[in-house]
Ligand binder design. Sequence first.
Ligand SMILES: Cc1cc2nc3c(=O)[nH]c(=O)nc-3n(C[C@H](O)[C@H](O)[C@H](O)COP(=O)(O)OP(=O)(O)OC[C@H]3O[C@@H](n4cnc5c(N)ncnc54)[C@H](O)[C@@H]3O)c2cc1C
Length: 374
Amino acid sequence: MDADLDAFRELAHSFCQKELAPHHERWAQAKQVDRELWLKAGEVGLLCLSIPEEYGGGGGTFAHEAVLLEEQAYAGDDAWGNAVHSGIVAHYFNAYGTEEQKRRWLPRLASGELVGAIAMTEPGTGSDLQNIKTRALRDGSDYVINGSKTFITNGAQAGLVIVVAKTDPDEAARGVSLIIVETEGAQGFRRGRVLDKIGMHGQDTAELFFDDVRVPTQNLLGAEEGQGFVQLMQQLPQERLLIAVTAVAAMAAAVEQTIRYTKERTAFGREIFSFQNTKFTLAECATEVAVAKAFLDQCVERHLKSELDVTGAAMAKWWTTDRLSRVADECLQLFGGYGYMTEYPISRAWTAARVQRIFGGTNEIMKEIISRTL
Ligand SMILES: Cc1cc2nc3c(=O)[nH]c(=O)nc-3n(C[C@H](O)[C@H](O)[C@H](O)COP(=O)(O)OP(=O)(O)OC[C@H]3O[C@@H](n4cnc5c(N)ncnc54)[C@H](O)[C@@H]3O)c2cc1C
C-alpha cells in the first residue's frame, strides 16, 4: 500500500458498499448482476484499472486491481465478475493484441460497453486444456468456429468472448489459438442457461454454443496462430493471484464477522466468544489470515516486479483457497444454526469458498505444477 492506493481504496470501498452490498439477494434471484453495474463502474473509472490510459484504462497496476477485489470481498459480494473482465480478459488484449485490436476493444471494456469473458472449459474437458474440441478453422478470410463451452463467468452478459479453440486440430498445445468473438449479431452463437450453482448465486456462469460462427481472421488474438496455449500459460499466474487475493480477503472478512457475532450471542449466560473453544478457534483462524496475508503480499510484490513465476502463483492459489475453505468452515460452525441460513453472510462465504479450490485450475493441478519444479 501507498498513499495513492490508500486514496483509491476509499473510492473502491464506497463503490462496493453502495453499488454491490445492497443488491446481493436480488442478483442471486436473477443469477446475474444488473447490466448497468458495468456502466456505472466504467463511469467512475473502476474497470480495467491496470490497463494503460491510452486504451481507456486506469493506468494503474495489479495493486489497484487487488485493492478493488479486497473491497469487493469485504462488501460480501461474490456476484460481480470484474476480476475476469478487468483482471483477466483485458490483459489478454493488452499483452497480445495488435495495436488495432487494443484500440478497438480495450476502451469499450474499460467503459463497460462490452462485458468480457474467457471461454476455455468445455463439457468434456477442463483441466486437460490441450484436449479441447472447439475448432476455429480458416475459410477464406474468416475463421469458422464450432464447439461448446461451459461454466463461463460473465457468459450471459458477455459482449466480447475470448474463445480458446483449435486452429490446427491435429496438434495438441501447438494447435490452440485465442479467437475473439463479438457476440452481438454473431450468427450461430447461442448462450445456454445460466447455471445453478451451490454458491455465488448472483454470478453469471453460463454455457456458450458456437455453431458455424464466422469471424474475420483479424479476430485471432495476436499475429500468429498456435500461440494460444503459451498465452494462457503466461496469463494464468495473474488469474491465480487474483483468486488468492479474494481468498485472503474473504478469510479476513469471515473471521471479523465471526468475532463480532460470537461477542453478541450468548449461551449458558456467557458470550459465545468467551468459551475456550471459540477463542482458540478464532485465534487459529486469525493466525492463518496473518500468515496467508504475508505470503500473498510477497507474491503481489513479486508480481508487480514481473517476477512471480508459475510455481509461486500456483502455491498462492492452492494454499490460500485451501485455508479459506477451512477458515470459512470453522467460522460457520461458531454461528450455530444461523450459519446455515443464507441470510447470514457467513453461509455465502462458505459456499463461495468451495469453488475457489476448483476454478482457475484445480488445486490438484496447482500441486501438479509445483511438483514439476521439485
Ligand atoms: C463458478 C465457476 C466459474 C468458472 N469460470 C470459468 C471461466 O470463466 N472460464 C473457463 O474457461 N472456465 C471456467 N470455469 C471452469 C473451471 O476452470 C473448471 O471447472 C476447472 O478448471 C476444472 O475443470 P473440470 O470442471 O473439467 O474438471 P476436471 O478437469 O474433469 O477435473 C475433475 C477432477 O479431476 C482432477 N484432475 C484432473 N486432472 C488431474 C491431474 N492431472 N492430476 C490430478 N487430478 C486431476 C481435478 O483436480 C478434479 O478434482 C469455472 C468453473 C466454475 C465452477
